[in-house]
Design a protein around this ligand. Sequence first.
Ligand SMILES: Nc1ncnc2c1ncn2[C@@H]1O[C@H](COP(=O)(O)OP(=O)(O)OP(=O)(O)O)[C@@H](O)[C@H]1O
Length: 406
Amino acid sequence: MASIQEPLLRVEDLKTHFFLDEGVVRAVDGVTFTVPRGKTVCVVGESGCGKSITARSVLGLVESPGRVVSGHVWWNPARLDAPAGAGAPAEAGPPAVRSAVPSAAEPAAGPTTRRRRGRPPRDDDPSGGSGPVDLAALDSRGEDLRRIRGNDISMVFQEPMASLSPMYTVAHQLTQAIRVHERADRQEAFERGVSLLSRVGIPRPEQRMDSYPFQLSGGMCQRVMIAIAIACGPSLLIADEPTTALDVTTQARIIDLLRDLQRATGMSMLFITHDLGVVAEVADEVVVMYLGTVVEQGGVDEIFHDPKHPYTRALLASIPTMGAGARRRPTSIRGQVPHPLRRPKGCPFHPRCDSAIPGLCDTVAPPTVDLGDGRRARCVLYDPKLVAEHTRPAPGDRTSDDGSQP
Ligand SMILES: Nc1ncnc2c1ncn2[C@@H]1O[C@H](COP(=O)(O)OP(=O)(O)OP(=O)(O)O)[C@@H](O)[C@H]1O
């Protein structure tokens, strides 16, 4: 990912596990990526690879029996990296911000234990509320995280009908959201609600304010949800499959709307999707996930034109290409995503990988290799030393002149 851009959110070695009677599901297992200011990062992968749980972990919305077990979710991490004299605190390390990772002397927090707090942004905060905060260290039900959720980060979910209450009118739900964030009397909040509905492209917004969700189409409901999400003027909008439940034409309109809003407001987006067509439309940067891990990340053009990881290649090969010159038939990825409790040893993708090296990929956890220009791939193929070590004939092995094994 482009390191020169100012980061707004940095997810660092995040692990979120579900503790079931049958075993532990490592839904998110050491995920690291950055969302730069004003940019859209798409998290993509097949169903069950951990996209939604990553998004929910950022906002402390993971429900029991799941919990963030370690890692960081830095909000405004730039200040952590800023050189002395550039506004960074003088001490080394993440100052005034405490980690979510338990020290050796401190037992890991259990599901019901209150986790330690990072520094919340406050009105009297000298950084103006923009200092680094480890969201993963905040109490998920506490006021500090709620405040960041309400003011700085918003989320739009997959099912707009399910996200809106069927019991209340659009006006009620929208004005409530507005009045949580700003001091406004009923009339002011109503007017602001109308203007937000108009902004998200809802025709006759004043009339729509009186509608109940069941009187609106899926696309309209999603627009209302987006209006609620942007009511606080968030710096980051997390959109979890916001178009999956909609028909293709409505999907395209919602995508256009989100892009327009982003252009107009400068907000960042963390966009969760399994749809590579959507990724191509909205992403600046792409994070490809498989079984709870990031297998590849980089700029959208590089990922689409020069995919490095065999999983990314397989994902791209599985989508139909359009256009006059398109001759290639899409090929589906061989096999299925393994059951989360039966995770393959070594690289989790190796049973489905055409490039897997027997004896290596099925035994060794792949390293994440920095490929330059912000690109990373988690695959042994980019670690020639590791490949050479495992493919070198053992002493005593005899090889004939033509290179074949006896
Ligand atoms: N409440 C839960 N209890 C147990 N396991 C869960 C729970 N929620 C999610 N998981 C597991 O966590 C893993 C990641 O799920 P997640 O919803 O993040 O996948 P996803 O990539 O978003 O898939 P989809 O596109 O289908 O939503 C899956 O194996 C899932 O079964």
